[in-house]
Design a protein around this ligand. Structure first.
Ligand code: PMP
Length: 396
């Protein structure tokens, strides 16, 4: 017998979400998550994946993944600290450290648990964390888990950060203070003001933590936001995911050897959760090698991003102030945004609507994620569909 309390909790809340239009419907994808995807029996131009460089479906990655299955099997068999550390994990971490230009790297099973792991391994209830108000959910959860005092600063507002850093230091209440930010903010495509953040951190002796989930593979010719600004020596934690531009699964922190050492003995998902599979580790290593050998995919990503942006802007859409290939198309009203996304879908473009509470009320948008794998023909077709739907719904 199931609990009556649980049943009513679940049924009431699910019904409430559905009524408020906040229930997330999932569209299962048949086959690969490439520049086009198959949903049901329809093939759509895919503008919603984080597969920035098209590596999730790349032949060279598939090949090394298959080889790793043959040579190492399908599972790591244990947590990293028992005997789940395979040579493939160490190769990946070595490659990532070279790519990021840091002394060492620790890898985790996902970007999400990497943030949970790394923040809470270093910060505790005697500390404070200055966190950009638009930081990703995994940062928020990592901060909460640490039990440090969380001090939110206004989005990319350096005066507010400086003021709050000063107050925190002068209060004398905290042992350590961290400033934490996304490198690239994925809802608008804007870049964190890292040079200023690093200056403020130096002034107040703050620990610096950059979540570069959307900057790695994209900025700094692929090496990320920190490299983009030439600040490799000034950021303590360069966190990244292996699930977006790298195309596989996993997360990592790049930093000084003593930091990585500490995370290996203190971060709980590393100690208590099984390592990523051999195929994942091998494919990620291959992806990093590809990025280190050539900037071709990175250049293609930017070319496609600029092409899509120019096309939508020319049609009169509000594409916000993105500084990266992420291209929001701001519609405003929540229902209108959802209708817009649905009509795009019916016409052949898969681009998800993003509305409150993920973004502020009245700034609903359809977010486009062009990738290096899109062809000009696909982007032209998408732009033509945007024009048709935009005119039909009176957005342009
Ligand atoms: N940080 C940011 C900024 C992200 O956008 C995401 C993924 N949405 C994550 C962390 C989590 O990464 P992963 O998907 O690898 O768990």
């Amino acid at each position: 017998m199931t609990s009556k309390a649980l049943n009513s909790f679940l049924n009431d809340n699910i019904a409430d979400l559905k009524e408020r239009g906040l229930y997330n419907e999932i569209d299962p994808v048949q086959g690969p998550n490439g520049p086009e995807i198959k949903i049901g029996d329809r093939t759509l131009i895919n503008l919603s994946s984080n597969n920035y460089l098209g590596l999730a479906t790349e032949d060279r990655l598939k090949q090394v993944a298959k080889q790793a299955v043959d040579s190492h099997g399908v599972g790591a068999g244990a947590v990293r600290t028992i005997n789940g550390t395979l040579d493939l994990h160490l190769e990946l971490e070595k490659k990532l450290a070279a790519f990021k230009g840091t002394e060492a790297v620790i890898s985790y099973q996902s970007g999400f648990n990497c943030n949970m792991a790394a923040i809470s391994a270093v910060m505790d209830k005697h500390d404070a964390i200055l966190s950009d108000e638009l930081n990703h959910a995994s940062i928020i959860d990592g901060c909460r888990l640490s039990r440090a005092k969380i001090i939110r600063f206004n989005h990319s507002d350096m005066d507010d950060l400086r003021k709050k850093a000063k107050e925190a230091v002068e209060s004398g209440q905290y042992n350590k203070i961290m400033v934490i930010t996304d490198g690239v903010f994925s809802m608008d495509g804007d870049i964190a003001k890292l040079p200023e953040i690093v200056d403020i951190a130096e002034e107040f002796d703050l620990i610096t933590y950059v979540d570069d989930a959307h900057g790695s593979g994209v900025l700094g010719k692929g090496a990320g936001t920190v490299k983009h600004f030439g600040l490799q020596d000034k950021v303590d934690f360069q966190m990244g995911t292996l699930s977006k531009a790298i195309g596989v699964i996993g997360g990592y922190v790049a930093g000084k050897a003593n930091l990585i050492d500490w995370l290996k003995v203190r971060s709980r998902p590393f100690l208590f959760s099984t390592a990523v599979s051999p195929a994942d580790a091998a494919a990620s290593t291959k992806a990093v090698e590809i990025l280190m050998e050539s900037t071709e995919l990175n250049e293609k990503l930017w070319e496609n991003g600029n092409y899509l942006k120019a096309g939508l802007k020319q049609l009169g859409f509000d594409i916000g102030n993105s500084e990266t290939p992420i291209t929001p198309c701001i519609i405003g009203d929540e229902n209108a945004t959802q209708t817009f996304s649905r009509r795009l879908n019916e016409e052949g473009v898969y681009a998800k609507s993003i509305v409150f509470p993920t973004v502020p009320r009245g700034t609903g948008r359809v977010r486009n994620m062009p990738t290096a794998a899109h062809t000009k023909e696909m982007l032209d077709k998408a732009i033509a569909i945007y024009e048709k739907v935009g005119k039909e719904l009176g957005v342009i």
